[in-house]
Design a protein around this ligand. Structure first.
Ligand code: PEP
Ligand code: MN
Length: 337
């Protein structure tokens, strides 16, 4: 953090601001120019609110030179984090291949899709039991009954299960039953919920908020990590732009940017990004080529009749072809599949 003082600040005031900084546990390194004096603050600046100094009568402005996150920061943890989801590794040269319906609709549906996806090479099963729908009149998910169906599908296929937690009310239950707890785009900045996630050591799949910046997204990961759970996987799922032809716009740049800023794994959900099934294949390929640590794809055995997101779901046969093609791209970028 750098504090720029107002022109012609007196020695007395320079000393006073330096003392304020030191009182916060930081060291100071002051440079006196002819017009301007700047105070470099050295130490754990992440915990210091710059507004404390901004309001001071002698201070012109305060600039952060370091990111406001620490635990998620690549600078403090140069090697890639590899998250273990019930034995399936995510990050490094491992690929998470998560597939399944948007929503759990019935036991037959989920088990049929899970078996087919596993056959194709998927290593995790997704399915929403609690659904964050825009309309209160849309299907809201099967709730706890849906969760039991996912557990059954895990029993049958051995695939770890991924499902969305919308309320801390069910955290204990999810901790007991779910292998990878998804926090959806709409809850990315539900800070109370994020803080509660420190109570579990279960891995968290943190989706990017609809219009969250990289820094806001990483700060949400920081919330989870600082509350005691280091097992976070980030998921790019498209952001809102002016374009309305597609549901969202897939931000492929998120992959190299997150990789540079953070050591956490990053996967891509091309289904919710484009909102169209035929965009899933090209965007999945692009995501893997750009270095994604995995893909979360909606797969449905009867998309025409799906209760949610049928139009963006792949049929199992299409998913199968996609994974075959992706295998070659993964090899080129040094990922195991
Ligand atoms: C989902 O994956 O089921 C979902 C609702 O996604 P998002 O939170 O990214 O909209
Ligand atoms: Mn969906």
């Amino acid at each position: 953090m750098i504090i720029v003082l107002k022109p012609r600040t007196t020695e007395e005031n320079i000393l006073r601001v330096e003392n304020m900084v030191r009182a916060r546990g930081l060291e100071t390194h002051t440079v006196r120019g002819e017009e301007l004096t700047i105070i470099g603050c050295i130490g754990d600046t992440v915990r210091v609110d710059p507004r404390l100094f901004e309001v001071d009568k002698s201070v012109e402005k305060v600039m952060h030179v370091q990111e406001p996150y620490k635990l998620a920061n690549r600078a403090f943890h140069p090697e890639d984090t590899i998250v273990d989801v019930a034995g399936v590794k995510v990050g490094g040269d491992h690929m998470a291949l998560i597939a399944g319906p948007c929503s759990v609709e019935s036991e037959e549906q989920v088990i049929e899709i899970a078996k087919a996806a596993k056959e194709s090479g998927a290593n995790m099963l997704r399915g929403g039991a609690f659904k964050p729908r825009t309309s209160p009149y849309s299907f809201q998910g099967m709730g706890l009954a849906g969760l039991d169906i996912l557990c059954k599908a895990r029993e049958v296929t051995g695939l770890p299960i991924v499902t969305e937690l919308m309320s801390a009310e069910y955290l204990d239950l999810f901790d007991e039953k779910v292998d990878l707890i998804q926090i959806g785009a709409r809850n990315m900045q539900n800070f109370d919920l994020l803080k509660q996630l420190g109570k579990t050591k279960k891995p968290i799949l943190l989706k990017r908020g609809l219009n969250a910046t990289y820094e806001e997204w990483i700060m949400s990961a920081e919330y989870i990590m600082s509350s005691g759970n280091p097992n976070v996987i980030l998921c790019e799922r498209g952001v809102r732009t002016f374009e309305s032809y597609t549901r969202n716009t897939l931000d492929l740049q998120a992959i190299p940017v997150i990789r540079r800023l953070s050591h956490l794994p990053i996967i891509v959900d091309p289904s919710h990004a484009g909102g169209k099934w035929w965009l899933v294949e090209p965007m999945s390929k692009a995501a893997v080529a750009a270095g994604a640590d995995g893909l979360m794809i909606e797969v449905h055995n009867n998309p025409e009749c799906a209760l949610c997101d049928g139009g963006q779901s792949l049929k199992p046969a299409k998913y199968d072809t996609l994974l075959k093609e992706i295998r070659q791209i993964a090899e080129v970028v040094g990922k195991k599949m």
